[in-house]
Structure formats: structure tokens, C-alpha cells
Design a protein around this ligand. Structure first.
Ligand SMILES: Cc1ncc(COP(=O)(O)O)c(C=O)c1O
Length: 365
């Protein structure tokens, strides 16, 4: 395994150290308020008796697991609360590799960069299938690439970085492929509340012993710092997932899980809708500016990110640094996401200043 720090940290560090005013469009952390009930839950927790400050069940606060199970239409026993979607993805890949005779982990290109790194950490071998030009996935290509060596097929919907949302037939076919080659489909759905197309379909819609769904409250409740996510795991794999989670963490953060439970129970749909609407407005403002800049760009169907390609300005780390120095706009190099979008830059629309950023880019290019 390589010990390189992920490019994300290098870019964040460069942007932090840069002189002048930098509009940060690197990180996937929401810049808006969490639900009021979340803050209230935390404050309430501070006044609890000392025993509430001690270990909770390793697999998570039972009431939170029950709330998740109820919302997702699965058995309580299938839910493990994790330290973010990040840990859920790690546990899912570990379980898939542990049960399989093979060591291949099928990923898409472009890819969320932590997947190949996690696969390698677990002695898995990443293999890539190209996404379509519009970011959607052709399941026939996944079927061609899947073999008895495939332990896991890992997908993200809505997608980071392409913004694609996979429809129901794609998700059904991905589960069917996992069943046919005796692998596990890992469906990372951390952006599920940010579907602008109406086409999002969770892998949970298909009942199967061959899929693990991972999710998180980082994005939906604007709390990337809380580290609360979860995995929905087939009965046959839940013991191994819980054991690994317990051996690594003992348990998750009890106050964070308590506050998330309060937020889930008390937050109205309007909270989620307003956050989506804020994103629509930003997508429109930013892509209007990219049009002025003469860029090619994506209009995401979901998630937080826009990919943009500027003439003769490939998505390298050097160019990202140059853009920070020359315009004060910080994005991510496309080369961080595999080879398919290495001509592109990724911008996270998680700043109220996206229109100003677009103006700066239009002036520069
Ligand atoms: C596709 C994807 N999965 C997982 C994560 C990690 O989320 P969490 O904060 O829940 O660990 C991110 C964060 O940006 C992401 O983009």
C-alpha cells in the first residue's frame, strides 16, 4: 500500500497556505446549518448523567438503529452504525473480500479515490470499468468485467465526482451481476438526499443477500464532523461486519448518535428540500459562469460536484495550484479520480460564493 497522503489533503493544504482570498471548492463539507433538533439533542446530552457518557452497544445506539431500519424497510439486525460512510465502505469491502475466493474489487472510472486505497489496504486488487461520457454506468460493461475473482462491485449513486444518478434498472442489474458471480455489490448512497433527477433508486429496492448499502448523515444533516453513518448488511455477513467494527472502534460516538436520532425524528422534509433547492440555485449560477468561461461542464443529476474542462488546462495538481494562485478558486484535480476525467477539474458547490468563483474563472479563461 502506498503511504501517499490523498491528493485531497495536499490541495486543501495548498489552498490554506495560499496568499489572498481563496474560494474553497475542494471539500465535500456542507456550509449550511444542521437541523435545529440536532443542536438541541447535543445540548440536552451535555446534561445527562455520567453513565450516558460511557460505552454504548458496539453496533450503535439501539434506538438509532431501529429508526434507520424502519426508514429503510430492513431488519434491525441488519443495521450497524459506523464512523461515517467511510467506515461503512471499509467494512463492506472487508466483508466482501473475506467471504470470497477472489481478490478483485470492481470500481468505476472515474472513481471516488478512497475506494481503491481501501481495497488495497484490505489486500484487494482494484479493477476499473469506465463510466459513460455522461457519468452513467452501462451494467453490460460491469457484467463483462465481473468474474469468479470478483469479490466486490463498488458503486456510488448519486455519484462523486460525475453527478450521475443510476436508475432502477441499473441498480437491479448490478445486484443481479453480484448474485451471478457470487460477489457483493457495495452501493454507497451518501448523497441520496441530493437527487435532483427523481431517478435515484437505492440498491435496497432489490432484496438480495449479495448487496451491502452504505450511507451517512454527514451530507444529509450537514455534519461531516460527527462521523455517523451506517451499513445495511445481509444476515449472513452481519456478524463479521460487527466484529470488525468492534475490534477497530469498540463503539461509535454516543452523543453524536443521540443527536442524529433526535434530528431524524424531528426534522421536517422542508429541511432536506431547502438544502436541495440551495444546490439547484448554485448549480445554475456556477454552470452559467462556466459557460461564459468557455468550459465544457457537467450538470449534476445529484450530489455536490460539477466537473469542468477548460481548453488546454488539464486536471493536474499543478494546474489546480496555478488556479489557486492566479484566481483564488480551489477545486480538485480530475486526475485524483482515476484516468477517465484527468482533463477535468472538480468543483464542490459548498460555498455561498460559487457565482463569484465562476466570475473569476470566466475572467481568467
Ligand atoms: C462517495 C462518498 N462516500 C463516502 C464519503 C465519506 O462520507 P462520511 O463523512 O460519511 O464518511 C464521501 C465524502 O465525501 C463520499 O463522497
Amino acid at each position: 500500500m502506498s503511504n501517499d497522503r490523498p491528493l485531497f489533503f495536499q490541495v486543501m493544504q495548498y489552498a490554506d497556505r495560499a496568499d489572498g482570498d481563496v474560494i474553497n471548492m475542494v471539500s465535500g463539507s456542507p456550509d449550511w446549518e444542521p437541523p435545529a433538533a440536532l443542536r438541541e439533542g447535543l445540548v440536552e446530552y451535555a446534561d445527562s448523567e455520567p453513565d450516558a457518557f460511557q460505552y454504548q452497544p458496539s453496533e450503535g445506539l439501539t434506538k438509532l438503529r431501529a429508526e434507520i431500519a424502519d426508514r429503510r424497510g430492513v431488519d434491525l439486525e441488519q443495521v450497524v452504525v459506523t464512523n461515517g460512510g467511510a467506515e461503512a465502505n471499509y467494512l463492506a469491502m472487508a466483508a466482501a473480500l473475506e467471504r470470497s475466493g477472489g481478490d478483485e474489487v470492481l470500481l468505476t472510472d472515474p472513481v471516488y479515490p478512497y475506494y481503491p486505497r481501501k481495497a488495497e489496504l484490505l489486500s484487494g486488487v482494484p479493477e476499473y470499468v469506465s463510466a459513460n461520457a455522461d457519468g452513467t454506468l452501462d451494467p453490460a460493461l460491469i457484467r463483462d468485467a465481473a468474474t469468479e475473482e470478483t469479490a466486490a462491485i463498488v458503486v456510488t449513486t448519486p455519484n462523486n465526482p460525475t453527478g450521475a444518478v443510476y436508475d432502477e434498472s441499473t441498480m437491479c442489474e448490478l445486484v443481479a451481476i453480484a448474485e451471478d458471480v457470487d460477489a457483493i455489490l457495495v452501493s454507497d448512497e451518501v448523497y441520496d438526499h441530493f437527487d435532483y433527477s427523481g431517478d435515484f433508486s437505492s440498491a435496497l429496492a432489490v432484496d438480495s443477500d449479495h448487496r451491502i448499502v452504505t450511507n451517512s448523515f454527514s451530507k444529509s444533516l450537514a455534519i461531516t464532523g460527527f462521523r455517523v453513518g451506517y451499513a445495511v448488511v445481509p444476515h449472513a455477513l452481519i456478524d463479521s461486519v460487527k466484529t470488525r467494527h468492534m475490534l477497530v472502534n469498540v463503539a461509535g460516538s454516543r452523543p453524536a448518535q443521540y443527536a442524529v436520532l433526535q434530528a431524524l425524528q424531528e426534522t421536517e422534509p422542508a429541511y432536506y428540500r431547502e438544502n436541495r433547492e440551495r444546490m439547484y440555485a448554485r448549480i445554475e449560477a456556477f454552470t452559467d459562469g462556466l459557460e461564459q468561461a468557455g468550459a465544457e461542464y457537467t450538470i449534476p443529476d445529484g450530489g455536490f460536484y460539477v466537473l469542468a474542462r477548460f481548453p488546454e488546462f488539464p486536471g493536474t495538481l499543478a494546474n489546480v495550484e496555478q488556479l489557486i494562485d492566479d484566481t483564488g478558486v480551489a477545486g480538485m484535480p480530475g486526475e485524483a479520480f482515476g484516468s477517465a476525467r484527468d482533463e477535468w477539474l472538480r468543483f464542490a458547490l459548498l460555498s455561498p460564493r460559487v457565482d463569484e468563483a465562476a466570475d473569476r474563472l470566466a475572467e481568467y479563461f
